[in-house]
Design a protein around this ligand. Structure first.
Ligand code: G6Q
Length: 548
């Protein structure tokens, strides 16, 4: 037994979940007219209705008791106080300091980091003003029309997601592009549409050693220099975002064009830092500040609201309820607003890289499940694709339904249909359709006898499929900031209960190490023998194609 599974609070939570696994939610709503109100919570420009979950007061109480027994509150204080809670890397975890007010004090090793955070933000804002107004000129004196962010993982997903989500706030004179993969197809397909003289590249890499990013950055620089006819053009068309000034300099980017951040910013938590430069360029400094203010509001809510009225805590505990108490292996993120189409991918990294761990901070192996598989697409497309499984499949899939009420660019005709579907799905998943209802419906269609009986089992919906409904007042910078921070803190709380380090990612290292060896073998001619038979053979097979 680990320190977690030995806890009476853990055992109690499991027992409660066992009791509520087969709750009849329809009956629960009928018996308690206040259920929806009691299990709803509004804060930071959003309403969470979590009443369509397999919960009751005693079940929830067991979850809050578990959070207290696992020291979530003390760990939250350690996170927000700048303690080095990323123990395996000896680092503080301070994305909250990146959005702290100018007057705030957040210390790392006895030093207040807030002034340097704001110094970089001010430089970013000044740079963005220049690019957005056309004051920053390309090498031939023309203004920038296209910005290409070259980065991967945490240096891509957040900025890409936020720029898409906030398209309604984007500068009309700037087009944003994101190049992440080392598949040269992606860079080529972006560059073929661009004019080098009006293109700005942001090379975004915390370490500035990431192979994919540097390979793309070198290719982009060669493309620019070939077109401009001079290396001097690099200074007008390349900026870097990194913690590694030496490597930025060695790459040939003037440090005057570098925006820094710090090792206490994790990649997947970095969009608030200089990694957010594409967002700031696109939506402008004021909207970027609003994005940060929204996150800060959620930070405050997370820090101050009692656990029982705390949005990230509730979302986190409901996740644990299904993963550990009811055997769910996945969590679907179902945003209905099209601009949120990259949110599932963003949350996939945030959650899976943070809590996809099987060893506890104390070094013991987890004897319980941790982070789920996060997946998703815009929900309305999902309805016409995989929702079949959600309604009638054998897997239990908890779902977060997310929609913004305000949607100025979508005509009322469209938005009403969108919201009707959004609301209908959570109702359908909760209430299902029982045999009696199916029989009555079929009879009403004139079907009877054997034909009716044969159809009945196929048309039954079990219901009791759990969903959270998150209604955003609007899809604006502040609410998006709050939404992102909500999930950041949700992931934190789950990691705290599970006792894992949510802030390292050693699991991405092994593949990178092996790729270096294989790259050399693909380029060479010697027989490949050092791997297993499968890998040896596949390398030689691929090598033949590369050499053709
Ligand atoms: C995020 C991860 C990872 C990282 C990328 C890019 O938490 O650490 O996704 O962001 O590997 O790393 P660089 O920014 O160093 O290029």
């Amino acid at each position: 037994m680990t320190a977690l599974t030995a806890l009476p609070a853990w055992q109690d939570m499991l027992a409660q979940a066992g009791r509520l696994k087969s709750i009849d939610l329809r009956a629960a709503f009928a018996a308690d007219p206040a259920r929806a109100e009691r299990y709803s919570l509004a804060a930071c420009g959003m309403l969470l209705d979590y009443s369509k979950n397999r919960i009751d007061d005693a079940g929830l109480a067991s979850l809050f008791a578990l959070a207290r027994a696992t020291g979530v509150e003390a760990r939250r204080a350690a996170l927000l106080g700048g303690e080095k809670i990323n123990a395996t890397e000896g680092r503080a975890v301070l994305h909250t300091a990146l959005r702290a007010e100018r007057s705030a004090v957040v210390e790392v090793d006895g030093e207040n980091v807030v002034p340097e955070v704001h110094a970089v933000l001010d430089r970013m804002a000044a740079f963005a003003d220049g690019v957005r107004s056309g004051g920053w000129k390309g090498h031939d004196g023309r203004a920038i029309t296209d910005v290409v962010n070259i980065g991967i993982g945490g240096s891509d997903l957040g900025p890409f997601m936020a720029c898409e989500a906030l398209r309604d706030y984007g500068a009309s004179n700037l087009r944003m592009h994101f190049v992440s993969t080392v598949d040269g197809w992606q860079l080529a397909s972006v560059l073929e549409r661009l004019d080098p003289a009006t293109t700005l590249f942001i090379v975004a890499s915390k370490t500035f050693t990431t192979q994919e990013t540097l390979t793309n950055a070198r290719a982009a620089r060669a493309w620019l220099v070939a077109a401009a006819g001079s290396e001097a053009a690099v200074a007008r068309h390349f900026v870097a975002v990194s913690t590694n000034a030496e490597a930025v300099s060695a790459f040939g980017i003037d440090l005057a064009n570098m925006f820094g951040f710090w090792n206490w910013v994790g990649g997947r938590y970095s969009l608030w830092s200089a990694i957010g430069l594409p967002i700031l360029l696109y939506i402008g400094p004021d909207h970027f500040r609003a994005l940060q203010a929204g996150a800060r509001a959620m930070d405050r809510h997370f820090a101050e609201a009692p656990l029982e009225r705390n949005l990230p805590v509730i979302l986190a505990l409901l996740g644990i309820w299904y993963i550990n108490g009811m055997g769910a292996a996945t969590q679907l993120i179902s945003p209905y607003n099209q601009p949120l189409h990259r949110l599932p991918a963003y949350l996939q990294q945030l959650d899976m890289e943070s809590n996809g761990k099987s060893v506890r901070l104390d070094g013991a192996r987890c004897d319980y499940h941790t982070g789920p598989v996060i997946w998703g697409e815009p929900g309305i497309n999902g309805q016409h694709a995989y929702y079949q499984l959600l309604h009638q499949g054998t897997e239990l899939v908890p779902i977060d339904f997310i929609a913004a009420l305000g949607n100025p660019r979508s005509p009322a005709e469209h938005h009403t249909i969108l919201l009707a579907n959004f609301l209908a799905q959570t109702e359908a998943l909760m209430r299902g359709k029982n045999e009696a209802e199916v029989r009555a419906e079929l009879a009403g269609q004139g079907i009877k006898g054997e034909a009716l009986e044969a159809l009945v089992p196929h048309k039954v919906f079990d219901g009791n499929r759990p969903t959270n409904t998150l209604l955003l007042d609007a899809l604006d910078p502040a609410t998006l900031g709050s939404l992102i921070a909500l999930y950041e803190h949700k992931v934190f709380v789950q990691g705290a209960v599970w006792g894992v380090n949510s802030y390292d990612q050693w699991g991405v290292e092994l593949g990178k190490q092996l790729a270096r060896t294989i790259e050399a073998e693909l380029r060479g001619d010697a027989p490949v023998t050092r791997h297993d038979a499968s890998t040896n053979r596949l390398i030689e097979y691929a090598r033949k194609a590369l050499k053709r």
